[in-house]
Design a protein around this ligand. Structure first.
Ligand SMILES: [Zn+2]
Length: 667
């Protein structure tokens, strides 16, 4: 960490214990706004005003600032590897990958040639049998076929990896994009049709406009059979266990036997179909949609999936729709940022390992472990004292809490990329080689015991996550830095920032989704009916709160889409606050920079959510993202917390105080 360089570790620890630095930057405050009117604005307003959204970003906030600093660090690592002739193994691999991405001259010179073999395969389709054979072969290639085989935990026996069959094939961000009839949604669909046409033109399609119409109709038919994002939140809507014969019966027009054989998956392994209605629609399309429609759709999907790795004309068109139309980003990032993100997405743990060696001190991991245990203790006390829980449910909840597996910084076992053949001077081929190995790697897990050490975020990522089937909470090294985690600041700001993140991830174990999985990660009801009714009432309070907020222009959150994340925030802030108070051992925290410990805690929480967003990005988030907007992650959460009201002496009637009867409470 940057700040460490100036001090020895011992000095830093000593400073932290004496609480010499508040860790709060008053210049972020908008003091023209009262904390009890709009706390988010008060705590972050000046910073937001002074940091306009860069033209190459859909939003800009403290999260993004940190992510940007990590990009710079990764760039240095990648450039050094690319320029080192002696770099070998994974370091050589990421260096070559980055160099191939940066070599835009080679990409331009190759034109669409790297795509030609695939286009030829599509053009050669004559009969439906040819079509099915091509779709099966795409099982080894990323994101193209409408239904794909993936590795999933058996919902009833999480330690066992079985076959999952997904619903895909949509190119817009969510199924509702195909149906909403407001003006903005219609414009997006018009832009989408134009985008399909343009990419197909670039591929040399002589009938690009009629192909684009066919693509739109084809995807709308699939979208019609796809679950909404709210319906998908209920795990019971996504669990349909069957076996190979059941799968074949659901989709007789597809050759599952060939697909299983290609991926070397035994037909004896159990199967979970996430959306049976979708598979039926897929089957109908296989039987009824004209072969020419399928061919147009496949050309489009190939162009879409690879546009970012092809000459500039493709990249520009991809960028225009995906980033400008959908998210309001007006300018492309410099090439190096594109290539760093691509390396992180493709060879993430190889690059992440180099990042961790350089930028993640062992001491940070130890301090985090301590905080996780303090939060665990706070939640344990809450569960023990929650009067609404019956003893039976309480015992199950405590067992779940005790088995939470915290994973901090980086995985204990690194992924092996030795089979990935990266070729300098051929970016697309390098990327496809990585995807191919990734698909083989995923398929090889099916039918075996779950490897609980695997991660699904890369170490430099500024984020954290909970996995219900593993009952694990994961904090990548990337987030364990200021403003989330400041090794030499007073405890209040660390509990208010990373402490809330820890509580948030733990809270996911008990949110609308996570509460349906038990301590072993199995989908199993461990609640009595009475407790479940009480829990549902608490969740409904949050749904109602978010449904009622006008976020501007008459736009609203969908309460049922954001409940889980909002429950995580409220539960997380409540627990982190309790853990903070507990850490003081009954003493009052010192006043630093004129702020009490409690005030610093809540200011640190709000600071994490300092951010501004392009209007298009706001719309997209409201339509697709289970996370509420930054402002409401702060304000809606704190409106429910008497601990906050007390810290800033907010009174009933203030905007930051919900009427007591309406205050939502989890613990
Ligand atoms: Zn979350």
């Amino acid at each position: 960490m940057k700040k460490l360089a100036a001090f020895s570790l011992a000095t830093v620890l000593c400073l932290a214990q004496s609480g010499a630095r508040s860790g709060i930057d008053r210049s972020m405050f908008d003091t023209s706004c009262k904390p009890c009117d709009d706390f988010w604005r008060y705590a972050t307003g000046a910073w937001v005003d002074q940091h306009p959204i860069p033209a190459d970003r859909p939003r800009w906030g403290k999260f993004d600032e940190l992510a940007e600093a990590n990009l710079e660090r990764l760039r240095n690592i990648l450039e050094a590897a690319a320029n080192d002739r002696n770099a070998a193994g994974d370091r050589g691999r990421v260096g070559d990958y980055y160099a191939s991405c940066m070599d835009t001259a080679a990409i331009e010179a190759a034109g669409v040639k790297p795509l030609q073999p695939m286009l030829d395969r599509i053009a050669a389709i004559r009969a439906r049998a040819d079509l099915v054979a091509l779709l099966v072969s795409l099982e080894l290639e990323d994101g193209l076929a409408p239904a794909r085989i993936i590795d999933v935990s058996d919902p009833q026996n999480a330690d066992q990896v079985i076959v999952g069959v997904t619903a895909g094939g949509l190119s817009l961000p969510d199924r509702d994009y195909y149906f909403r009839d407001d003006t903005r949604s219609k414009t997006i669909r018009d832009e989408f049709a134009l985008h399909v046409e343009k990419l197909l033109q670039l591929l040399g399609d002589p009938r690009a406009d009629s192909s684009a119409k066919a693509v739109m109709e084809f995807e709308t038919t699939l979208a019609n059979a796809t679950l909404s994002n709210v319906a998908r939140r209920d795990p019971y809507n996504r669990i349909h266990k069957t076996n190979f014969a059941g799968l074949a019966l659901l989709t007789p027009a597809y050759d599952w036997a060939a697909a299983f054989d290609l991926l070397k998956v035994p037909r004896t392994v159990a199967v979970n179909v996430s959306e049976p209605e979708f598979l039926k629609a897929f089957n109908r399309q296989l039987q009824d949609a004209p072969v020419e429609t399928w061919k147009a759709w496949l050309r489009w999907r190939v162009a879409r999936a690879r546009a970012q790795y092809l000459p500039k004309a493709f990249y520009d068109e991809w960028f225009h729709f995906e980033r400008t139309v959908l998210s309001g980003v007006s300018q492309q990032s410099p090439r190096w940022k594109v290539c760093v993100a691509s390396a992180d997405g493709t060879l993430g743990e190889a690059l992440g390992r180099l990042y961790v060696e350089k930028h993640f001190p062992a001491e940070a991991r130890r301090r985090m472990q301590q905080m996780v245990e303090n939060l665990r203790a706070a939640l344990s006390e809450e569960l023990k004292s929650a009067e609404w829980l019956t003893p039976e449910t309480r015992a199950n909840a405590l067992r779940k809490l005790a088995t939470f597996d915290p994973r901090i910084g980086f995985p204990v076992k690194w992924r092996d990329y030795s089979a990935v053949q990266v070729t300098r001077g051929n970016y697309l081929a390098s990327r496809e080689a990585a995807i191919l190995e990734d698909r083989k790697h995923a398929a090889a897990k099916i039918g075996k015991k779950l490897d609980r050490t695997e991660w699904s975020m890369t170490p430099p990522t500024v984020n954290a996550y909970y996995t219900s089937s593993r009952n694990s909470i994961t904090f990548p090294a990337g987030i364990l830095q200021p403003p989330f985690f400041d090794m030499d600041a007073d405890d209040a700001v660390n509990y208010g920032a990373i402490g809330v993140v820890i509580g948030h991830e733990m809270g996911h174990g008990f949110d609308d989704q996570g509460s349906k999985f038990d301590a072993d990660g199995n989908l199993k009801n461990w609640w009595t009916d009475q407790d479940r009714t009480e829990f549902d009432a608490r969740a409904a309070c949050i749904v109602k709160q978010f449904d009622s907020i006008d976020v501007g222009d008459g736009m609203r959150h969908t309460g049922k889409l954001v409940t889980g994340e909002a429950m995580g925030d409220l539960g997380g802030a409540t627990l982190a606050y309790k853990a903070y108070r507990k850490s003081l051992n009954g003493r009052e925290a010192p006043v630093l920079d004129g702020l009490t410990g409690d005030q610093r805690f809540f200011l640190a929480y709000a600071r994490v959510w300092a951010a501004a967003q392009k209007p298009e990005a706001v719309r997209r988030q409201l339509a697709t993202d289970p996370h509420p907007l930054a402002k409401y992650r702060t304000n809606a959460t704190l409106q429910n917390m008497p601990e906050f009201h007390k810290a800033f002496t907010c009174k009933q009637g203030d905007a930051m105080v919900r009427p007591p009867a309406e205050q939502c409470r989890l613990w």
